[in-house]
Design a protein around this ligand. Structure first.
Ligand SMILES: Nc1ncnc2c1ncn2[C@@H]1O[C@H](COP(=O)(O)OP(=O)(O)O)[C@@H](O)[C@H]1O
Ligand SMILES: [Mg+2]
Length: 474
């Protein structure tokens, strides 16, 4: 995590810069406490130089918002793809070997959506072009097909055929598939042809009942004079096993490269990489962590993580606009702004609560809804468990939990319930499947296991300020 040092904190601006010097000073002290994520550089916005009265409302710096959202847009490709080095190397080496040996063959790339398959394929193409130029080898013709764009599944052969041989040379009575088969079966016809690299993305769309198209497609690489190097990219992990038994029999089963779902650490790393170049602070580090944790727990889909982060920025943007309007109104009425409003406009970076709302718009799990509808003391218990098991600890004990519950009640001035009632609440949470209580003769030593995702609890309780403070990582 990029921590911001005191020395360079003064160079860092929040994503929504205010042009009031007083506010900016306060804002940076808030940022310092909260260790937001950013790489500070010496950068000055022209807006900072503008003179304005200290009373003027915070101004949304639309340029910052735009830049931050662009950096997090899914269509903004990173210069290097982090966390996919192995997979990318495997694909590149497969292509390189096929080109060097002029050998037909197939590769099956699979993994859940948003795991970087298409993105790394684009990089492999660039890598191949650079390698071919450097080694003086002829690059194969590259045909990239997104299978979702095909009206009929068998149109894929028309596409391949169209690129392979001009129409006028074709035998009219043969289908494109038949033509390709004939072409790759005869030495004389294929020997003068360049190798062809076919990248078929979103291959799942070609799955028909009998899986014939997929089968025929991969079979093209097995003909004796085939010039086809095929890379099929799909979400389905077991497709290769299901649709290619015959290829296996021919010993031509495609190599498989699997993209695993991104872990919390990987999502965090990728988000931070995207934000590294920005000369202002966008996210509170805990907000970014919550996003990574939740997305990793649900799907590990980077597309979702980026989308949630952008939504969180939009929430901040809307909040600042609303608070600025209210402040204008208050100024007009000459009444001082309520402390809550002033505080909000000071820390103009995406906080945990913005992120929690953005996440809830994307994923609302039954567990989250259950937690949100629990009575307050049961929520405090869950909050205590999360605090106790955080950092990789598997479980806690009733004794520890009692103590943590009392501490929270004390710090938030909420009168605690009696020990019998507390014990009943543990049982209720156990019955609801949110906790699991172990057995022990000594009640205090009974093990307590959190049965829902830690992120779900944090996420469900973020909307309530005292839970937010309570769950904040110190
Ligand atoms: N390792 C990564 N580094 C940076 N951005 C990534 C990474 N992996 C995925 N992304 C982002 O997520 C988006 C979805 O990735 P993509 O390759 O299209 O997923 P898939 O093809 O596996 O469904 C990409 O457009 C990119 O913006
Ligand atoms: Mg894709």
């Amino acid at each position: 995590m990029t921590a911001i040092t005191r020395a360079n904190q003064c160079k860092v601006e929040s994503v929504m810069e205010t042009n009031s010097p007083k506010r900016k000073l306060r804002s940076s002290s808030v940022q310092r406490q909260q260790s937001p994520v950013s790489t500070p550089v010496n950068w000055k916005s022209p807006r900072r130089c503008l003179n304005s009265s200290p009373k003027s409302p915070p101004e949304v710096n639309t340029e910052h918002v735009k830049t931050a959202k662009e950096a997090l847009h899914i269509s903004t490709a990173p210069t290097t793809i982090m966390c996919r080095e192995d997979e990318q190397n495997k694909i590149f080496n497969f292509c390189k070997a096929s080109v060097e040996q002029e050998k037909a063959g197939s590769l099956y790339v699979c993994g859940c959506p948003g795991t970087g398959k298409s993105l790394s394929m684009e990089k492999v193409k660039d890598q191949l072009a650079a390698w071919a130029a450097q080694s003086g080898l002829q690059l194969p013709d590259i045909l990239s097909i997104n299978c979702t764009s095909l009206a009929n599944t068998s149109d894929i052969f028309t596409k391949i055929m169209g690129e392979t041989q001009p129409k006028k040379k074709r035998n009219g009575s043969l289908t494109p598939l038949q033509h390709l088969r004939r072409l790759y079966s005869q030495k004389a016809e294929s020997s003068c042809m360049k190798m062809k690299l076919i990248i078929a993305d979103e291959l799942d769309y070609l799955i028909t009942k009998d899986k014939a198209v997929l089968h025929d497609l991969f079979m093209l690489t097995t003909f004796p004079f085939s010039r086809c190097i095929l890379i099929g990219i799909a979400n389905a992990i077991d497709l290769a096993d299901r649709f290619l038994p015959r290829l296996q029999a021919l010993n031509c089963k495609p190599q498989v490269v699997t993209y695993r779902a991104y872990s919390k650490e990987q999502i965090l790393k990728i988000l931070q990489q995207r934000l590294t170049g920005l000369p202002f602070v966008v996210f509170h580090s805990q907000a970014l962590e919550l996003c990574a944790r939740k997305v990793a727990a649900v799907s590990g889909d980077m597309r979702k993580a980026l989308c949630v982060c952008r939504n969180a920025i939009e929430l901040l943007e809307a909040e600042i606009k609303a608070s600025s309007k209210e402040q204008n109104h208050d100024d007009a009425c000459d009444t001082p702004a309520p402390p809550e409003l002033v505080k909000r406009s000071e820390s103009q970076i995406v906080r945990l609560d913005h992120m929690a709302v953005a996440l809830s718009k994307t994923f609302k799990s039954p567990a989250v809804e259950t937690i949100q509808s629990l009575p307050q003391h049961q929520q405090i218990i869950l909050c205590s468990v999360v605090k106790l098991v955080r950092g990789g600890k598997k479980d806690t004990t009733i004794g520890e939990l009692n103590k943590s519950y009392m501490d929270i009640c004390k710090s938030t001035l909420i009168p605690p319930v009696g020990s019998l009632e507390l014990s009943n609440m543990f049982t209720v949470l156990n019955d609801q499947g949110l906790l699991k209580l172990g057995q022990s003769r000594d009640n205090k030593m009974r093990r307590v296991l959190l049965k829902v995702d830690e992120a779900d609890v944090t996420f469900a309780l973020q909307g309530i300020r005292f839970f937010r403070n309570c769950l904040a990582v110190n």
